[in-house]
Design a protein around this ligand. Structure first.
Ligand SMILES: Cc1cc2nc3c(=O)[nH]c(=O)nc-3n(C[C@H](O)[C@H](O)[C@H](O)COP(=O)(O)O)c2cc1C
Length: 381
C-alpha cells in the first residue's frame, strides 16, 4: 500500500497502522474509556441529511472563510496536536507546509515538537498556539509573551483537559513520554525498525514550547506528571478573563460544550470557541460537538466565532457543520494519519482530497460560496 492508494481517511489510517509501531498508532487512534464518544463523533454526521439545490450555475466555487480575523482559503484547519515528530520525523514542519499550501490555519500544541518561532518563520499562513494553563502564573505570562513575540495569530486555550482522560490503549502498551513500554509495547516497536531508524537519525526529540520552563530531560518529569503537577485544575473564568486581557488579540477556548459556558466565553471577551470533546480522548460519554452546534450558534453566534472539531473525515461533514453555523472546522486524526503515513506529502494529499471533496460537495449542493450554506439545506433523521 502506497500514498497514491489512499483515497480517504480509512486508507490513510490503514497506511499509518502499517508504518507506525503499535503503541504510537494506538496513541493517535485511541480515545478515553470505552471510546464511545470517539465513535459518536463521526456517527453524528450520519444522522443529518443534506438537501441539495440544483441548476444554480456552480461553475466556480469559493471555499474561503474568515474566522477569528484570519482569512482561510478553505473552512478546514489543522487542530493542534501533541508530539507530531513521533509520528513522522518532519512533524509540525510537514503539517505547517501542507496547511500553507492550502492557505489554511494550523495549530501548534504546547506539547509540540517544533518551536512556534521556527514554524512562524517558515510558513506564511495563520498560526494558532494551543495553550495549557499552569499553576505558575508567571510561567503562563512568560509563555503568552513568547507566543506574542513569535507572531502567533490566535491564542487557543484548551479547557477540556483539566485532568487527563483515561486512555486504556496507552495503559496496555505503556505509551508515555518518556517511554515506559510494557513488554508487549517493546515487541511492537521491534516490529517496525524503519520507524526506529528514522527516529534515531533525525533531530533529537524535544518539546521546545516547554523545555525552557520545565525540566523534561530523562525521567525527571513525564508528560503525565506535567499534567498532574504543573497544570492548574483550579483554573476559573476569572483566570481566563485575565489571560484574555493580557493577550489582547484573537483568543479562543477549545473544548467548550455547554451553552452557558459559550455565553461566559463571550462575556469575558473571547473572540472564538471550539466545540470539542478532544477527539473523544477526555470525557467519554460526552456529546458530539456536531450535535451541540446549533444550540451554541443560536446562543452566541452573533458575539463570537463558533468552530467545532471531532470526527470530521469528509468534505460533506464540513458542509453540514457550516450549514449549522460553524465558521470553520478543525481536524485532528484526519491529518495525523497521513502525516504518519507519508509526512508532508501525506498532509498535502489529505488536505488536497478535502479541498476537492468540499468543491464537489458545494457544486452538488448548488452553492457557490460558504455563505450560501444554511439550515434550510439540512434535515435530521
Ligand atoms: C494524537 C492526538 C494528540 C492531540 N493533542 C492535543 C493537544 O496537545 N492539545 C489539544 O488541545 N488537543 C489535542 N488533541 C485534540 C485535537 O486538537 C482535536 O480536538 C481532535 O483530534 C479532533 O478530533 P478528530 O481527531 O476526530 O478530528 C489531540 C488529538 C490527537 C488525536
Amino acid at each position: 500500500m502506497r500514498l497514491a492508494d489512499c483515497h480517504d481517511f480509512h486508507d490513510f489510517r490503514e497506511l499509518a497502522r502499517r508504518r507506525l509501531p503499535g503503541p504510537i498508532f494506538d496513541y493517535i487512534d485511541g480515545a478515553a474509556d470505552d471510546e464511545a464518544t470517539y465513535r459518536r463523533n463521526t456517527a453524528s454526521f450520519e444522522r443529518c441529511d443534506l438537501v441539495p439545490n440544483v441548476l444554480r450555475g456552480v461553475s466556480s466555487v469559493d471555499l474561503s472563510v474568515t474566522v477569528m480575523g484570519q482569512r482561510l482559503a478553505m473552512p478546514v484547519y489543522c487542530s493542534p496536536t501533541a508530539l507530531q515528530r513521533l509520528f513522522h520525523h518532519d512533524g509540525e514542519r510537514a503539517v505547517g507546509a501542507a496547511a500553507a499550501k492550502y492557505g489554511t490555519m494550523f495549530g501548534v500544541s504546547s506539547l509540540g515538537t517544533t518551536s512556534i518561532e521556527t514554524l512562524r518563520k517558515s510558513f506564511v499562513t495563520p498560526q494558532v498556539y494551543q495553550f495549557y494553563f499552569h499553576k505558575d502564573r508567571g510561567l503562563n505570562r512568560a509563555m503568552g509573551q513568547r507566543a506574542k513575540a513569535a507572531g502567533v495569530d490566535v491564542m487557543m486555550l484548551t479547557v477540556d483537559s483539566i485532568t487527563g482522560g483515561n486512555r486504556e490503549r496507552d495503559l496496555r502498551t505503556g505509551f508515555s513520554i518518556p517511554f515506559r513500554l510494557t513488554l508487549r509495547g517493546m515487541v511492537q516497536f521491534a516490529l517496525k525498525p524503519r520507524w526506529g531508524l528514522n527516529y534515531a537519525t533525525h533531530d533529537r526529540f524535544s518539546l521546545p514550547q516547554l523545555e525552557e520552563h520545565v525540566d523534561l530531560s530523562g525521567s525527571a518529569v513525564s508528560i503525565g506528571r506535567y499534567f498532574t503537577e504543573m497544570l492548574d485544575p483550579s483554573m476559573t473564568w476569572d483566570d481566563v478573563a485575565h489571560m484574555v486581557r493580557e493577550w489582547d488579540g484573537q483568543f479562543c477556548l477549545k473544548g467548550v460544550m455547554a451553552v452557558e459556558d459559550a455565553k461566559h466565553a463571550a462575556d469575558i471577551g473571547c473572540t472564538g470557541i471550539v466545540l470539542s470533546n478532544h477527539g473523544g480522548r477526555q470525557l467519554d460519554g460526552s456529546r458530539a460537538a456536531f450535535d451541540q452546534l446549533a444550540e451554541v450558534v443560536d446562543a452566541v453566534g452573533d458575539r463570537l466565532d463558533v468552530m467545532m472539531d471531532g470526527g470530521v473525515q469528509r468534505g460533506t461533514h464540513v458542509l453540514k457543520a457550516l450549514s449549522l453555523g460553524a465558521k470553520a472546522v478543525g481536524v485532528g486524526r484526519y491529518y495525523l494519519f497521513p502525516l504518519a503515513a507519508a509526512g508532508e506529502a501525506g498532509g498535502e494529499r489529505a488536505l488536497g482530497l478535502m479541498k476537492a471533496g468540499l468543491e464537489r460537495g458545494m457544486k452538488l449542493m448548488g452553492c457557490r460560496s460558504m455563505a450560501e450554506l444554511s439550515r434550510g439545506n439540512l434535515r435530521f433523521r
